[in-house]
Design a protein around this ligand. Structure first.
Ligand code: NI
Length: 259
């Protein structure tokens, strides 16, 4: 009986119903599977939800770092859990933290640009906008090598004219628990896990110890519900969306209007 049950569980793991994943993730053999009722009856609802639904992908993003103490503890926890994340770093925070950036890259995380001194770009002097982005880009290249460092405008603020100066996609967010204000790991974790949906981009700040605790709690709870944590770039790829330079995305299938 045990053997039969695990064989059927393996069958259940195939995407069987209403699968909307990109073609390369589909199993060619996947089709409607017949699951004997007596086996279904033995599984509780949560297990079933985890087994029969398609994988649920979300992206954790962290702003305003790196910060030696908090960011390294976060990286330890993410590594332990096999979770990837995206870090939008401030240029001013980079000196002395280059090894942390190299660790992020080596451990499969995505690194993005959050300007040099965390300025509001909407309405700012155009030369200053270019300078704020470029300066951080050069520092990132020096630390981790060539790459495309997507931009998260500070405060999520960007306008149409200045967006034309940005030659990468820009990433907003679709879940904001206001971790910087709550400064309470349990409340932040509850806020996220209570409303998160597959495809979401979650905003946190690795600058705060409470946010690091919250992030790891979020990973534990959502992994138990069948969620997988990927970088923002991977989330776009999984959803089959080609992000455009100068566009501001709340998540892969939703852009945000520029000011
Ligand atoms: Ni910020």
């Amino acid at each position: 009986m045990k053997k039969m049950k695990s064989a059927l569980l393996a069958l259940l793991l195939l995407p069987v119903w209403g699968c909307s994943r990109p073609a390369e993730l589909e199993s060619p053999a996947a089709g409607p599977a017949e699951i004997p009722l007596e086996i279904l009856g033995e599984l509780d609802g949560d297990t079933l939800e985890t087994l029969v639904e398609e994988p649920k992908y979300v992206a954790l993003t962290f702003d305003d770092g790196p910060r030696a103490s908090t960011t390294s503890r976060l990286l330890d926890g993410l590594l332990e859990r096999g979770a990837a994340a995206t870090f939008f770093v401030i240029g001013q925070q980079i000196p002395g933290n280059e090894a942390l950036l190299r660790r992020m890259a080596a451990e499969g995380h995505q690194i993005g640009n959050h300007t040099y001194s965390h300025v509001r770009l909407a309405g700012a002097d155009k030369d200053a906008v270019v300078e704020e982005i470029h300066k951080t880009e050069v520092m990132l290249q020096a630390a981790v090598g060539q790459g495309s460092f997507w931009l998260r405008p500070p405060y999520g603020r960007m306008d149409e004219q200045r967006a034309e100066l940005v030659n990468t996609p820009m990433i907003y967010w679709s879940v904001d628990p206001q971790d910087w204000k709550l400064l309470d790991a349990a409340k932040v974790a509850d806020a996220v896990t209570g409303c998160v949906r597959p495809g979401d981009i979650i905003l946190l700040h690795d600058f705060y110890p409470t946010s690091v605790d919250a992030a790891l709690e979020i990973v534990d709870r959502l992994q138990a519900r069948g969620f997988a944590f990927v970088t923002v770039e991977e989330l776009f790829r999984i959803q089959g969306v080609e992000p455009q330079a100068g566009s501001l995305y709340a998540c892969p299938n939703r852009t945000r209007c520029l000011e």
